[in-house]
Design a protein around this ligand. Structure first.
Ligand code: DX5
Ligand code: ZN
Length: 211
């Protein structure tokens, strides 16, 4: 299984060495929160621009008006941008995916833990290069995994969705095999990984990749 560590639970006093400690993972997951769409704040461009990324990054936008944040991630060389369809609605989601693609970035749609995947119609699935299924309610790290996500993954695969499916929230080495069996490609791992020391992180990343 591929792993994209979330740096939400990193030590923000030494972010560069925190990033270096996860360089054997597959991608770095940047959780962007504005205190409006979700009741929490994370970090923005001034922080992100000051860092060197040892591997590719993806941005998970939990913000109102996500269209205002695309240039910011183009500036730091982000490879994938996902935003919440509950926030934009369907028409704006299609438009925004087109505009992200035009900047050479892969567009993805994120679905919150309590949203039904029936919300994703065929036109959305046809354009989304990643579907990020949350297995918690968006806004905070360290929540418990919602097993309902397993049926959502299976549902998307049964409908023929072949691009990347990512699962975000509450993922540990105890539930990653079930996610793989259901058809997920990559998992976001925050607290389970970032609460460990650097040596432990390296071993844990390897353990995820071995599943
Ligand atoms: C929650 C974020 C997640 C989260 C992952 O809103 O999108 O990326 O921080 O952290 P854990 O693995 O602790 O749930
Ligand atoms: Zn996330």
């Amino acid at each position: 299984m591929k792993i994209a560590p979330s740096i939400l639970d990193a030590d923000f006093g030494k972010l560069q060495s925190e990033l270096n400690s996860i360089e054997t993972s597959d991608r770095i997951h940047l959780d962007i929160m504005d205190g409006h769409y979700v009741p929490n704040l994370s970090f923005g461009l001034p922080v992100l621009k000051g860092l060197n990324y040892p591997i590719a990054t993806e941005a998970h936008l939990m913000v109102n008006n996500p269209e205002n944040f695309i240039d910011m991630f183009a500036q730091i060389g982000c490879g994938i941008i996902t935003f919440h369809i509950e926030n934009t609605g369907r028409a704006k989601a299609l438009e925004l995916m087109k505009s992200i693609k035009s900047q050479g970035i892969k567009p993805g749609i994120c679905v919150d833990g309590y949203t039904d995947v029936a919300f994703l119609d065929d036109a959305i699935l046809a354009q989304a290069e990643q579907i990020c299924l949350m297995s918690v309610k968006a806004g905070f790290g360290g929540q418990s995994f919602m097993p309902e996500v397993l049926d959502k993954i299976k549902n998307l695969r049964a409908r023929g969705y072949q691009n990347e499916i990512e699962v975000d929230g509450g993922v540990t080495l105890d539930n990653v095999a079930s996610l793989k069996d259901a058809g997920a490609d990559i998992v976001v791992v925050g607290s389970f990984l970032m609460n460990q020391d650097y040596d432990g992180r390296g071993k844990t990343i390897e353990a995820f990749q071995g599943v």
